[in-house]
Design a protein around this ligand. Sequence first.
Ligand code: NIG
Ligand code: FE
Length: 426
Amino acid sequence: MSESSRIKADFIVHNLASAVLFPEPYRGQGTVPSWRTEELKNASVAAKEGVIVWVGPSARLSAEVQIEADARFYNGCGMTAVPGFVDSHTHLVYAGDRSDEFEMRVQGRSYLDILAAGGGILRTTEAIRNMPEELILVETLDRIEQIMRTGVTTVEIKTGYGLDLENELKMLRVIDRLKEESLIRIIPTFMGAHAIPADRRSDPDAFVDEICKVWIPEVARLELAMFNDVFTENKAFSVQQSRRILEAGLANGLRAKIHADEVNVLGGVDLAVELGAVSADHLLMTGDAGIAKLKGSGVIPTVLPGTSTYLMESHHAPARKMIEACLPLAIASDHNPGSCQFLGATIIQALAMLQLRLSASEALIAGTLHAAHALGFGDQIGAIEPGRRMDLALFAGDSFRQIGYQAGASRVEALIVGGVVAIDQF
Ligand code: NIG
Ligand code: FE
């Protein structure tokens, strides 16, 4: 091959024991997801300006890739590269501690009862309102550091513990600053409709009105969020209220996400499909009708096995049925101070296998590529493929099957985000 026809690269991860490829990646609405993975042994991955340009056997690297004079190298000796995990549903910005509620739940009190009594989300709201912005930032950065060690390179973070305009904006500013202060990709979601504060309970519709007419336009004007999410549930927001909130977001350029069917089936899935939401999340109680509705809709069903485990539910989201119905199932952590303290990607990989009965390949694709689709980045991140960002999580050993097997204990040896080495333990 002539010098000029070879692909140019400025960053190379070479000498990997294995790189995990998705030969038929899901490419969005109208296409069928594939759950096939391929472990390419003795692999190298080359990038130019943070984007993957070549993946192949190390033996062919120098023949097929023109390595620029000032190129950087990372020796992946003895390691397996998987795509950086995408945690597409988190409430990572919060304050305070709800360990007493955890114990109450263990003794039989329900999550929604605790919320109705002024605990739960409302308790964290008090804590957020009282904590200085700088301290919230520092505490969240610590969590980001921890999830990076589990291989996360992109994380979505929701607001929803401010519950008035001033404090929702405070949370959005923290999320915005995380973009500068952390090395991974941060995706902000506005979730002013997370719970109804005690002082607004006498007139919830007026609260919804304010979210639609004042908060959402202001959030959009400041360009602080990409998505708009709502908790559609008894004791939170009805389907009608959710529709108004999500439509107000759409009118202001914020794509819709929804917490649907977590405790009760109210119609959140139908609403997600009707409004073309990017994802519908939780889906613990979703039945055959909901699955049929989701089919072909382009809405990414995102299930959260950490939450159903942490809430000690008697069953989990019908993930196997969703896979059988050819839905592009995604998984995420839902990390938050009340319903799920599991943190990071590796434990969620393990729980997806143990609780949802996913195979190691299914869990990996659901937590990377499909989760990327749940954020609208399904063609830019989430797989080791030319044209996508060079986001790699490197684990010791020659197979990704260790990740779930080690029940969440596995930690990365290296993390690469957009061609930048963010963690190097080697
Ligand atoms: O996704 N369900 C609503 N929101 C979160 C829980 C937030 C909290 O309890 O603080 C969830 O489970
Ligand atoms: Fe959530």
